[in-house]
Design a protein around this ligand. Structure first.
Ligand code: 5GP
Ligand code: ZN
Length: 117
């Protein structure tokens, strides 16, 4: 399967990993949008949030648990952070393997809502 994040999971594409267990891996985003920008992904190939099933519930909970732990380890739990999941074209999804962005380390600009142009 031609999926960048599956290749990162397998180690055939290198990444700067900060967390890994049997089900989840987290690594620094290659093009950081904030001082801390880490991607947290399931090892299982799930294309988008739309493809998450009932049985994936514990896995999704574990993604958020990993995000909490990584935020603490990165020293941004108290200062604050943002978790983002982009879905499909209008959501700005580029890589079609489920991932949560962990962003922090500075005051983030408001990004929620429609882009007015
Ligand atoms: P999306 O727009 O799909 O929510 O986010 C995809 C993210 O993956 C982007 O922030 C992009 O910088 C990051 N990314 C794309 N290719 C690679 C890669 O090969 N390695 C790493 N570490 N990040 C990547
Ligand atoms: Zn994948």
């Amino acid at each position: 399967m031609d999926c960048i994040f599956c290749k990162i999971t397998e180690g055939t594409i290198p990444s700067k990993k900060v967390f890994e267990n049997e089900r989840i891996v987290a690594f620094h985003d290659i093009s950081p949008a904030a001082p801390v920008h880490i991607l947290i992904i399931p090892k299982k190939h799930i294309p988008t949030m739309n493809d998450v099933t009932e049985e994936d519930g514990p896995l999704v909970a574990e993604l958020f648990a990993a995000a909490r732990q990584i935020a603490r380890e990165q020293g941004i739990a108290e200062s604050g952070y943002r978790l983002v999941n982009n879905v499909n074209q209008d959501g700005g999804q580029v890589v079609y393997h489920l991932h949560v962005h962990l962003l922090g380390g500075s005051k983030l600009s408001p990004i929620l809502g429609e882009i007015k142009s």
